[in-house]
Design a protein around this ligand. Structure first.
Ligand code: ADP
Length: 863
């Protein structure tokens, strides 16, 4: 057996091999050592103490799943090796084969596969600067490919697709540049190296769309080939769900990089990576798993084509405008199971009985949905037309399978009475013999006179007659003894055995027949995979649209008007998440941006005033409009945004070896390099992680460049009040502030975005609100007053350190003065005032003397 193990293990050297032995999956050698420590299970060994001892550990076969999930989470692959023949029928060692390989990107249902998330596997192939990317979800049959120029572009696409695992061709050296870049941007992504020759476009031949891909995007076709080869290897060739590969539509999709996706908290919060508090959480009221997955994809890939956006908005309006339709659609969608994944399982031959019953019910619901959409227009009617409820398949499943089938297809009891006369005949014979056996208990009691005689069944002995020791002497001679227990004996009779044979043999035959009927039904369903995928997509799309409609009416959203202008004009806009989570009443705000005099809003105001909130809500409203959702505002006009850039908060990437400041600057660099006139740029503080001068200088220069060259629509929040001066010289910059009032030395937040700048930071008041000790607060007020009175005293000593208390700060040589670009010293001024042509030698000597004295007297004015 260990030889068999070694042979199989040699085929899967990079996976942990789980080897079925009786009721356990066992792991041996290094796998056992690794798994026992990860899974916290005991490591034992065969032939303990012997020189050839074999370390091993195992888990029960019926609860193997959580163990596999745990190994996957730790970044390991798992090959599951099963017995592929009946141990009873086997001669010698039972034949075993690996039946599935699980990797982070290729997981089976039930193994921690989330219903509301895709489980994407990506594959990357680079040639000559072109990066081919393929991405597939083996659980649904989703498969698309694209070409990218440069790593930033690749990373944006990966941010949209959220793969769990990415395949790269193995190289001789260490990690390639691309591996390193993906690792930096996506720390959770699992990178698998695959032999370069497996990236072969021939491997996708025959799939719909493969020929076009091979012709027009050879690198993408290679990436797709590598992906298919990996899928086939892990799924043991069962890839029937992969029916076609499409070219990812990049035109028409808003581009966002990973940072922006994170900063805007689209699918999870930044702080604790929770779903609650994310935009997806606020928007997702879908009823189906497919709808939830699609909603997530939409949120990560807003549209930029006006017609496509308005088609969705029209549908949402139609649904939201008819409460009856909305309710009926919701009910019908509630009856749709995960058609996409069931179809995939059917096509790859692993669907269960309950899957098929669920499929038939889903098709019923799909037919109902199509009916509900009768008479609609536009996208809704297109969707209705793509729903194929496959009446024949539906009817055949309903006719074949019982309503509440057992979990397993091999244990019988799944085929409806009346479906197959032969099966019914066998069942009848079985139940006849069962009745005979049941009747025998009564007749044997009578004939032996033993009232406690019982006929029982167990798996080892089959049917037997049990007689307690007290009645042992009344056992008739025709009874054949089989087993003696402490207080009873067990017997059989030829007649009992004969009927047992009929029952067990019949049951066996019935089970086999039931399974065969089921398997052919499953095959039939599998053949419809392409049509089922289309129906699933239509249902998911409707579900997502209906979800928008539901949220819109529940939270009083309105339909945005989306066009090709450069306007962003929001009336009474609200932040979709803060408005639900904040305890106070949310204060709506107007925001207007255009390509003209309001291209950049320079926003000031104290900490906590609501600057971030109003900027994020603007970005979120634009994004929501472009995924086809209504928006939290009284009215909104959105001129399509092609890209959103954000530079917000201070997120240290210390693990990746970059400080806050470094992260900040590289984000700013990306914005300046890539943003354009149609972009929306949100900058929430910049230049804070360095000295005031550096920081202000950088912020100033960045703002200028954004305005003068990039020309994107920009919201720029800053604490550097100096930046508000930019509005004086730049026509398209306007100053705004988020208003506060000061009352009894305390700040009151009004949360209103108001034209004009503010020169007051209220930092100390906010610090006091936050609970800084009173002594520190009053000292801070003192220092602030000093600062504001002027930085230096007459003697040139910096005033910052001076105090009304006894101890005086020492004069320091270090001097600085804010923003006097070329303040001249007195000495320089005197020198400048000399007319060298008219001055006499004596005067010159006097001046020289005076100058020397000035310099001697203490560097007069700080120069
Ligand atoms: P800033 O960026 O100016 O420091 P934030 O935007 O982070 O301030 O806002 C601080 C807090 O104020 C938010 O967490 C939120 O609870 C509250 N807030 C902000 N804007 C509003 C608003 N318009 N209405 C009600 N509460 C708000």
């Amino acid at each position: 057996m260990l030889r068999q193990y070694q042979r199989i293990k040699s085929l899967h050297p990079d996976s942990i091999l789980m080897f079925r032995l009786g009721d356990f999956y066992e792991m041996f050698y290094k796998d056992a050592e690794l798994a026992s420590s990860i899974l916290g299970i005991t490591l034992t060994s065969r032939n303990k103490n012997a020189p050839d001892s074999v370390p091993l550990c195992g888990v029960p076969y019926h609860s193997v799943e959580p163990y596999i999930v745990k190994l996957l989470k730790e970044g390991h692959k798992v090959a599951l090796c099963d017995q592929v023949e009946d141990p009873k029928a086997a001669r010698g060692i039972v034949r075993r084969e690996v039946t599935r390989v699980f990797t982070p990107g290729v997981i089976a249902d039930g193994l921690g596969l989330e219903a509301a998330c895709s489980n994407n596997l990506a594959s990357v192939y680079i040639n000559d600067g072109a990066i081919g990317l393929a991405c597939a979800d083996a659980s649904t049959g989703f498969f698309e490919a694209s070409i990218h120029r440069g790593l930033p572009e690749l990373n944006q696409e990966l941010a949209r697709l959220e793969p769990r695992e990415v395949l790269v061709p193995s190289t001789d050296g260490g990690p390639s540049e691309i591996e390193a870049s993906m690792g930096r941007a996506f720390p959770d992504l699992f990178v698998t190296r695959v032999e370069a020759e497996r990236f072969d476009p021939a491997l996708i031949q025959g799939l719909e769309g493969a020929a076009v891909l091979a012709r027009e995007m050879p690198e993408a076709a290679r990436a797709a080939g590598g992906l298919m080869s990996y899928l086939a290897a892990t799924q043991m060739g069962r890839t029937g769900q992969m029916t076609g590969v499409r070219v990812a539509a990049r035109a028409g999709v808003m581009r966002m990089d990973e940072e922006t996706r994170r900063n805007l908290e689209l699918t999870e919060t930044m702080r604790d990576r929770a779903r609650e508090g994310s935009l997806l959480w606020a928007l997702d009221r879908t009823k189906t798993a497919g709808g939830a997955r699609l909603m997530r994809r939409w949120v990560l890939a807003p549209l930029t084509d006006v017609a496509g956006i308005n088609a969705r908005l029209d549908s949402v309006e139609a649904i939201a405008g008819s409460p009856a339709l909305m309710r009926a659609l919701g009910d019908a969608l509630g009856g749709v199971y995960d058609i996409e994944r069931i179809a995939s399982r059917a096509a790859s031959g692993v669907a269960g009985v309950r899957d098929l019953v669920a499929l038939a019910r889903s098709l019923d619901a799909a037919a109902e949905i199509r009916g509900l959409l009768f008479g609609t227009e536009g996208l809704l009617s297109t969707l209705a037309r793509s729903i194929d409820d496959l009446p024949e398949l539906r009817e055949r499943i309903a006719r074949t399978l019982v309503d509440e089938p057992p979990l397993s297809a091999r244990e019988g009891g799944l085929i409806r009475q009346g479906f197959c006369p032969e099966l019914d005949g066998i069942r009848q014979a079985v139940s006849g013999s069962r009745q005979v056996i049941a009747g025998m208990e009564e007749s044997e009691r009578k004939s032996t006179g033993i009232n406690s005689l019982k006929i029982r069944f167990n798996r080892v002995f089959g049917y037997y007659i049990e007689i307690t020791n007290a009645n042992r002497d009344r056992v008739p001679p025709r009874y054949i003894r089989r087993q003696t227990l402490a207080n009873a004996e067990r017997f059989v009779t030829p007649k009992l055995k004969e009927h047992e044979e009929r029952v067990l043999g019949g049951e066996e035959r019935a089970r086999a027949m039931e399974f065969e009927i089921f398997a052919s039904l499953r095959e039939e369903a599998g053949r419809e995979v392409a049509s089922l995928q289309r129906t699933a997509e239509a249902a998911a799309t409707l579900d997502a649209l209906a979800s928008f409609a539901r949220v819109a009416s529940e939270y009083d959203y309105s339909r945005p008007s989306v066009d090709d202008s450069l306007a962003i004009s929001i009336r009474d806009g609200r932040h979709p998440i803060v408005e639900r989570l904040c305890a106070d009443r949310f204060v709506p705000n107007d925001v207007t941006l255009n390509g003209d005099d309001l291209r950049m809003l320079m926003i000031t105001g104290p900490n906590m005033a609501g600057k971030s909130t109003v900027m994020r809500q603007t970005a979120l409203i634009a994004l929501m409009a472009q995924i086809g959702s209504f928006v939290p505002a009284r009215g909104a006009r959105i001129g399509v945004v092609d890209r959103i850039f954000t530079r917000v908060g201070a997120s240290d990437a210390l693990a990746q070896g970059r400080s806050t400041f470094m992260v900040e600057m590289s984000e700013a660099a990306v914005i300046l390099r890539e943003a354009g006139p149609r972009s929306l740029v949100v900058i929430d503080e910049i230049g804070r992680g360095t000295s005031t001068f550096d920081g202000l200088a950088i912020a100033w220069a960045v703002a200028e460049d954004l305005h003068d060259r990039v020309k994107g629509r920009t919201m720029f929040a800053t604490h550097y009040h100096e930046l508000t001066e930019l509005a004086l010289t730049r026509p398209s910059i306007s100053n705004f502030h988020v208003a506060v009032r000061e009352w009894n030395g305390k700040v009151v937040f009004l949360r209103k975005l108001t034209p004009g700048s503010t020169s007051h930071s209220y930092g100390i008041q906010v610090a006091s609100l936050a609970g800084l000790p009173d002594a520190v607060i009053s000292r801070a007020r003192e220092v602030l007053a000093n600062l504001e009175a002027g930085e230096f005293d007459e003697a040139g000593r910096p005033r910052i350190g001076s105090s009304s208390h006894a101890q005086q700060a020492q004069p320091r040589a270090a001097q600085y003065r804010l923003f006097t670009a070329s303040a001249k010293s007195e000495v320089e001024r005197m020198l400048g005032g000399i007319d060298a042509n008219s001055v006499t030698p004596l005067e010159a000597l006097n001046i020289l003397h005076e100058l020397a004295a000035k310099v001697e007297n203490g560097r007069g004015d700080g120069r």
